[in-house]
Design a protein. Structure first.
Length: 102
């Protein structure tokens, strides 16, 4: 479950702007960089390391956000902003095989 404190942290880290287009967002949508419908992984995938906030227009083009290149950009952005991405990645029982540091 995504908590209000997680959303507040994302808003702070993104300075209230859409991650993709950079426009200031009043209403936002939460996007999972890595997603699974398997409820066993929800607590890991709903952590701030895996989430970005998008405006409705950018989230509408959801398919463009799912490719490896965009997920790698999210990964690098998160690392640059102090998220412990490697620790988070290895804590997930499911192993995502993407090489985000390449």
């Amino acid at each position: 479950m995504i908590t209000q404190s997680t959303i507040d942290a994302l808003l702070r880290d993104q300075k209230g702007a859409c991650w993709k287009c950079g426009r200031s967002i009043q209403a936002f949508e939460v996007h999972h960089s890595i997603y699974s419908r398997d409820v066993r992984f929800q607590k890991y995938l709903d952590m701030p390391e895996n989430l970005i906030l998008l405006c409705g227009d950018c989230h509408f083009h959801h398919g463009q956000l799912l490719n490896i290149y965009t997920r790698r950009k999210v990964w690098q952005w998160k690392k640059e902003h102090g998220y412990l991405m490697d620790a988070w990645h290895w804590s997930i029982p499911m192993r995502v095989k993407d090489n985000f540091d390449a």
